[in-house]
Design a protein around this ligand. Structure first.
Ligand SMILES: [Zn+2]
Length: 269
């Protein structure tokens, strides 16, 4: 479903531009598991909004919630305003999301986008990795891609099913009437994505930043910086985003597809 909508969006994109970009093949990402549907998206997004508010309140109490006028936060929001319009084409729900971007004063190398478009960056990732604008866009695109592909919802559905067992699974798949059995428990902030989720977020993230006119090659330099930072103990970010050793090579493989998109988008801008 999602892939078909995406193909349509790309065809539109290709026919709208008069530039040299021919119809791009869509990124090779699998549709979400059917099991994902067993957990309502609204429940996951509602839970995420609650946890995001708690995070902001906890940061504010410590004086660590960066003020809206801060130039670092303004920069993040400017970047998000270029990426979000591109993101809307990947998931119809994203149009209704109450997107938010906050910056938390912390040495942690961390950033995330929770379900429903709740984005947080820690000053540690910006400053310790000395991220430039394109690298910030690469992080943000990757994080937003997790939210668009509903990876958190998929993780929750899978873990709930593991607990429920096979007999109930049969009933669920037969009728889907028991979805209210599922509560969205657990901390979305510490949810660990799978390697497959990571590759998918890398691929969709590259596409998002390219369409927003950010250089997708920054995805590769970002990863080099992240790996270098792991020498003194893995960054917080890596504990929730497990890295395969071929990650950089995988991204490089996708660059020839997204570079023309970037060139056209940045030329337009
Ligand atoms: Zn990730």
């Amino acid at each position: 479903m999602k892939v078909a909508a995406h193909v349509a969006a790309l065809v539109l994109l290709a026919s709208a531009g008069a530039g040299p970009v021919q119809a791009q093949s869509p990124p090779a990402v699998a549709p979400p598991s059917r099991l994902t549907r067993l957990v309502p998206a609204e429940a996951v997004e509602g839970q995420a909004a609650k946890q995001f508010d708690q995070l902001k309140q906890a940061a504010a109490r410590k004086g660590a919630l960066v003020a809206p006028g801060d130039p670092r936060l303004r920069r993040l929001r400017t970047i998000s305003q270029r990426i979000i319009p591109q993101a809307l084409q990947f998931n119809a729900r994203a149009r209704q999301w109450q997107w938010e971007v906050v910056l938390i004063d912390s040495k942690e190398i961390n950033a995330f986008c929770m379900p429903g478009g709740k984005i947080a960056f820690y000053t540690g990732i910006l400053e310790r990795l000395r991220l430039d604008e394109n690298e910030i866009a690469a992080v943000m695109g990757h994080e937003i891609a997790h939210a668009l592909q509903e990876h958190a919802r998929e993780r929750i559905a899978k873990s709930q099913l593991t607990q429920l067992g096979a007999s109930l699974l049969g009933e669920l798949l037969g009728g889907g009437r028991y979805s209210d059995l599922f509560s969205v428990g657990g901390n979305l902030l510490t949810l660990r994505f799978s390697r497959d989720d990571e590759s998918e977020a890398d691929i969709v993230g590259l596409e998002l930043s390219a369409r927003a006119g950010f250089d997708p090659r920054a995805g590769v330099s970002l990863w080099r910086k992240m790996s270098a930072a792991s020498a003194g103990g893995p960054p917080q970010w890596l504990s929730t985003h497990p890295s395969g050793k071929n990650r950089i090579a995988e991204m490089q493989k996708h660059l020839p597809r997204v570079m023309p998109i970037y060139r056209q988008a940045s030329g337009r801008g």
